[in-house]
Design a protein around this ligand. Structure first.
Ligand code: NAP
Length: 702
């Protein structure tokens, strides 16, 4: 952990960080609605390839209390936007950034990565914005609060019940990010935060902060987000935590030691401030026992990719590679052949396949960690020395280069460091295992990881292995010949899937679709009468008041319809002819409908109508056949057949307007419309519910 405060200008610390007074470009922060440039306490960032100073960073003098207040006063406007308005703004931001991506690629050069590596950060980050925007537009209604479940009855006569709702926390989310993904690291966190209606303060790692800052600059210029909903602190956060309160959230990505120190801030304990941490993770890859040639090659490909992509500086990178003892020599040989072909050097050269680490500090750090790993394992390729390898197109002494380094640990059960220490560079350790029980125990020695890959023969059953290792991971990637071409790979966190892991990995959870959005919202159980739950959730709840009109609801436009508007249909008696005709029409001759003798021995004791007939007959009762504003029926949710309908029973339908969601008009040629959800209840002559479901229709607007 770096102690940044109290450093004198031009002083170098033990890890090579220089606190400089050089006349360099200073990176301003964006806070309190303006760009702020500090005057002192600078830290210099050096070009990862050439070692030249590039810019300096400081937030000295920034009033952190004002930053927090600005977010809460101005930025909180985003909470008044609906989910769809937030999602649309995010999509516009993503489009705006995509059009300017080359600027970010240019800046990425100073961080030592190849264009392919930078793609993960830049376009992977922008893609996460697009994906989140679309998840929210698809899965949430156009409201400011999220109703989580349907009516939970709490009384005998249905006048008292509950629903859980989620509302935007009335605070700010502070995101402290690591150096390895300056753009994706910010965007993957601000997307769910802003969608939840919560303003953010982002503090990027000093290394790479120029890229984060460029993105924030464009987001601010774009004007798509409310002022104050995104602030940026380039430099230290000083006393910012002292101003956080009970509605605030902090996320952290970086080293476990920093994370643990920050998490111990007394304010977090005092106000139960949610602190999500993602830290050093000693992730695994496993080759299963009956691996064939193809499986071995897949395994080697994956380990190789994770060692070299982003110069091994990915939080998900494979640090421990477990192989059956009998295959150790084969895997080692194949991996070395591939790793020897890696061309390390200036990533601007076309033949270079692996660039530099992010900084000289990282180079020292990786070397120190490899020295520790070397106490348990033999180095079979690469080095813990820093200069004895070839670097293309630049001076290896000045840049933050490190060779691909493979270790082999023959006695992993006795190892002290292999399962604990993460060398955050192109470094991985191969180790043998005897059987699946020992393997699961070895994996668990990592004390919790973000991800593991299991590479198996397509038909091998690995259910027990998964059951044993799943509790130690946030994600498991199972690779085999069937999915090899399409797999997104071990190292890619995806917006739809959970990213995080237990124990050493920090205990946090990011991404995972709506799960991440909910992290920034407060869940509240609302108890009350059906009427109040309908009012609060903007969705009709059974037992609430309803309205009847002489005009059929299918004759009304989206805007005319009111939530709670109901149609009680005519009745229909179900006859044997109905059942026989439906059986013939559909081809469904199931004995419970068509076989008198079989049906007598059945659960129902006599023939009953097809459930699908009841749904069809219900439509026949509630539909208004003439052309009108209803464009189409596009789905049905939550269908339950509650009671059987027997020959001679009489059914009737209650159709109630439950929820309305306007749809954005993508095509000007298209008529404006919205989705109307109708609550359908089919009852029999004893007023018993026989079927219940929701239907979804597209209805024209005025
Ligand atoms: P770090 O030193 O823990 O820094 C992480 C973040 O915390 C940076 O933004 C850093 O800002 C900030 N920070 C440091 N001290 C702070 C303090 N006292 N108060 C508030 N913020 C503070 O980690 P790193 O140097 O970026 O990476 C070190 C190691 O972390 C790596 O070698 C790797 O093992 C691990 N790592 C893990 C992941 C993961 O996702 N699992 C990702 C990246 C790194 P400054 O940069 O301004 O100091």
């Amino acid at each position: 952990m770096l102690e940044l405060e109290g450093q004198l200008p031009n002083q170098e610390d033990s890890k090579g960080n220089v606190y400089s007074s050089l006349s360099l470009k200073s990176l301003p922060s964006y806070a309190n609605g303006q760009w702020f440039t500090a005057q002192a306490d600078f830290r210099t960032v050096y070009h990862a390839v050439t070692g030249e100073p590039v810019y300096q960073v400081s937030s000295h003098g920034l009033d952190m209390q004002a930053v927090v207040n600005h977010a809460k006063k101005q930025g909180s406007k985003i909470a008044s936007w609906t989910f769809h308005e937030r999602a649309n703004a995010l999509k516009q931001v993503a489009q705006y950034l995509l059009e300017r991506k080359e600027e970010f690629y240019e800046l990425a050069k100073a961080t030592g990565c190849t264009r392919k590596d930078a793609w993960i950060d830049i376009e992977g980050g922008i893609g996460t914005l697009f994906a989140y925007s679309s998840i929210v537009r698809r899965e949430l209604s156009n409201e400011t609060a999220l109703v989580e479940d349907s009516w939970i009855p709490l009384s005998k006569h249905g006048t008292f019940g509950a629903k859980h709702i989620l509302t935007s926390k009335a605070g700010v989310a502070v995101h402290i990010n690591a150096f390895n993904f300056p753009i994706w690291g910010m965007l993957e966190k601000i997307a769910p935060t802003l969608l939840a209606g919560v303003p953010c303060i982002v503090k990027p790692a000093t290394e790479g902060s120029e890229m984060t800052q460029a993105v924030v600059k464009h987001i601010v210029e774009s004007g798509f987000l409310p002022e104050g909903s995104l602030q940026l602190i380039c430099g230290q956060i000083y006393d910012l935590f002292d101003y956080l309160g009970p509605q605030d959230t902090v996320t952290f990505t970086g080293s476990a030691s920093t994370g643990q120190k920050l998490r111990a801030h007394p304010r977090f304990n005092q106000y139960s401030i949610a602190f999500t941490m993602e830290a050093d993770s000693v992730n695994s890859a496993i080759l299963t026992p009956d691996a064939n040639e193809e499986t071995i090659d897949l395994f080697v490909r994956e380990v190789f990719r994770e060692m070299t992509s982003k110069t091994g500086q990915k939080c998900t990178a494979i640090r421990r590679a477990f192989v059956p003892e009998s295959l150790l020599a084969t895997v080692q040989e194949k991996l070395i052949v591939k790793l020897k072909k890696v061309v390390v050097g200036n990533p601007e050269l076309e033949n270079v396949t692996m660039g530099a680490l992010a900084s000289i500090k990282q180079k020292y750090d990786v070397a120190e960690k490899v020295e520790l790993l070397n106490k348990d394992a033999e180095i079979v390729l690469g080095s813990h020395l820093r200069h004895d390898f070839t670097v293309e197109g630049t001076d290896s002494e000045k840049g933050a280069f490190y060779p691909p380094t493979l270790l082999v640990c023959h006695k992993p059960t006795e190892a002290e460091y292999i399962h604990q220490v993460e060398a955050f560079g192109p470094v991985s350790t191969l180790m043998p295992y005897q059987d699946l029980n020992q393997l699961a125990a070895l994996v668990a020695l990592g004390e919790g990881s973000l991800v593991a890959s299991v590479v198996r023969n397509t038909n091998q059953n690995i259910e027990q292995l998964i059951a044993n290792i799943a509790p130690w991971h946030g994600r498991l990637h199972i690779l085999d010949a069937q999915n090899a071409k399409e797999s997104t790979g071990h190292g890619s966190p995806l917006p739809h899937l959970v990213h995080g892991g237990p124990g050493r990995a920090g205990g946090g959870e990011e991404l995972g679709g709506l799960r991440a959005v909910k992290h920034y919202m407060q869940r509240t159980a609302i108890q009350g009468s059906p009427n109040v739950i309908t009012q609060i959730g903007h969705s009709w709840t059974a037992g609430s008041d309803y309205f009847e009109d002489r005009v059929h609801p299918f004759k009304k436009s989206f805007d005319e319809l009111r939530i709670g508007e109901r149609l009680l249909t005519a009745r229909r008696t179900v006859t044997e002819a109905d059942i026989v005709n439906f059986g013939c029409l559909s081809g469904d001759h199931f004995y419970a409908h068509m076989d008198k003798i079989g049906a007598e021995d059945s659960f129902f004791g006599e023939r009953v109508a097809h459930g699908y007939f009841i749904v069809s007959a219900a439509a026949g009762l509630f539909v208004d056949a003439a052309p009108g504003p209803v464009i189409a029926n596009y789905g049905m949710d939550n269908l339950r057949f509650v009671e059987p309908v027997k020959i001679g029973d009489t059914i009737q339908v209650e159709l109630t307007c439950k929820q309305k969601t306007p749809k954005p008009q993508k095509d000007p040629e298209q008529k404006p419309h919205g989705v109307v959800v109708w609550d359908i209840k089919v009852k029999n002559q004893r007023n018993e519910l026989v079927a219940t479901y929701d239907i979804l229709t597209l209805v024209e607007r005025e």
